[in-house]
Design a protein around this ligand. Sequence first.
Ligand code: ATP
Ligand code: MG
Length: 752
Amino acid sequence: MSETKDFLRTIVEEDLKAGKYEQVHTRFPPEPNGFPHIGHAKSIVLNFGIARDYEGICNLRMDDTDPTKEDMKYVEALKDAVKWLGFDWGEKVYFTSDYFGKLYDYAVDLIKMEKAYVDSLNEEEIREYRGTVTEPGRRSKYAERSVEENLDLFERMKNGEFEEGAHVLRAKIDMSSPNMKMRDPLLYRIRHASHYRVGEGWHVYPMYDFAHCLSDYMEGITHSLCTLEFENNRDIYDWVIETLGLEPPRPYQYEFARLNMNYTVMSKRKLLELVEGNYVNGWDDPRLPTIAGYRRRGYTPESIVTFCEQIGVAKANSTVDVAQLEFCIRDDLNTKVPRVMCVMDPLKVTIVNYEGSELLDASYYPHDVPKEGSRKLPFSKEVYIDRADFSENPPKGYYRLTPDQPVRLKHAYIIACKEVVKDEEGNIVEIKAEYFPDSKSGSDTSGIKVRSAIQWVEVASAKPVEVRLYDRLFKCEAPEGLEDINPDSLKVIKNALVEPAVVDEKPDVRFQFEREGYFYADPVDYRDDAPVFNKIVGLKDSWAKKEKPKPQNKPKQKAQKPVQKEGEVAPMSAEEQGRFDRFTHEYKLNPEVANTLARDAKLADFFDEAVAVYESPVTIANIVANEVAREFKEHPDDALRFGPKEVASLAKMLDEETISSKIAKQVFEEMAKTGKSPETIVEEKDLKQISDPVQIAAVIDDVIAKNPENVAKYKEGNQKLFGFFVGQVLKATGGKANPKVVNDLVREKLEA
Ligand code: ATP
Ligand code: MG
């Protein structure tokens, strides 16, 4: 059972308790016109998850009523995805196309009841007759046709006697309904196309609004869950079932918010464009948000299901940060996969005082992981390290090998640089080093302090592999399409080097390459004589949200630098520059925040210590550059009542959305004043963020009820009042409501 109960599960439980249904029965109804994506995963996890949680059934139904775009290969892809995610559709897959005959009979019933008619207006006229939101529509003169004439025409439509567009079958409902969808919706249209499954024979195909509710009914579905765009279609759903007088129990439709994710396009149409235009390599390209793509990239089904459960279901649209999905996969693999060494950009190190060779014991798993297993690491005089792990002129804060700073070779010895060998152009081609014989990992008695351990491979035994480094396919948060493609989304390294066990022992198909990220043996291209690894995800979020600093808390660094003139910036010292580079490159901080931290050693140290406790540099940097900086400045002589650890905890609560950013400020102030831990403060003052749409909706209703004049003004077009409503709701919840949810719900309610 999922941890939290969403509004749909609440409905299901109540229906079961009230005896409305004996057993819950859901369905996942994709159209087989493209590969399923992560949005479909949300729907799969929801529908199959509810069936699992309440001992019900979930059908897999191909909603295949549009003959021109559907294909058996998509049916297979959908089945693969559901199965791979760990769900079971039972004995058979259902197809709407299997119901064409029955649906046709239902349409005939409606005609006989004078509830449907053949209309012969053209598309343009139909649109025009429909009216607008503010004006009622008019009914077509063809609505006067007799039952006999309608039956005759409909049958001839089916038999292919008319051109496409000549006639349509419409429900006779209400041309002046405030719900535009109820203005005599189309039930059938003529299509002279062969169906990928049914073949020839049909010249009319049912519309979604007619086919979906009846398919649900025929399959005994109880809860028909669909996305919010279909909210207004619900009236048609109910009308069809009620008008046909179908025996209870009958299904009801409920809507939930579709998944949107930043840096991602999610519509099948756009994905098809990427695939057909060869912008990616097929539907399973590891950069696509398709299930097949994630699978090939190396994501685990568990991580995707966890993600879908974490984001939950709500009734308000919002955009999920793709970093959350990446977090789920990282979290899943962290304790599961062996850690091994891979050098992407080899630089040779010759250890001049080492003779012979040895096999080092190296565990695949760190101590705190409840898994065991190890390999032998060959070690001798010549090894490769990564080029980036040596610096001749290190910036401040560089912890790896330098001419003056030793470093540990992971699982092996500490080495110190003795000589830097360069070619004629001045490029470093080799390092000559010495090792400390008494510094062997696990039995180190050397007493030498090093600040990091780097990956390496032995020259003689290293194996070349191809590594495919994937990055986000789109470079902007809300990509529109092709023009936003990230040109650097795929980088191929042909000759990376791995330690031999990776390809000889093959302890797993997924690995953590130490300090590089998680990798997966490509299931398609991997060959024993030419191994290929896909990067699944980095070890930390390298894209971390670039939050805009809020103007009211802008670091007041100008005041601290009296010699500076307006618009002029003092140059950074080498030390500051080193920090700045590290913060912007390694941690991807935005330059403004990095600048504040880099120029202040005290802040920078505070930041580093907090990140060491909890690795969320962007969130921590924002707190340190604003709140902590202010605290230091306002109480320059007092010791602070909190430290990096507390700030790390605060950041964690923010990241996990336990508290809103507004409340975080309040917690921080309390923390600074009392020295209490942020957890204690949140607990004592009951400051947890409210994200439950039901709870928030109730507050909004209250605010709307209390401000009828403003509602009227807003509806007349005074859009500025939107902020007023959001503000009132936030105020009413003491700032605890999740602003994103409030925004979406207020819009929804005011526009209703
Ligand atoms: P797209 O717009 O990407 O083409 P679709 O809604 O047309 O998607 P269908 O095959 O009709 O795709 O959808 C199958 C099921 O998956 C539907 O119940 C739909 O509500 C659900 N679904 C599709 N996209 C999402 C999404 N982004 N979030 C949640 N559910 C989704
Ligand atoms: Mg669709």
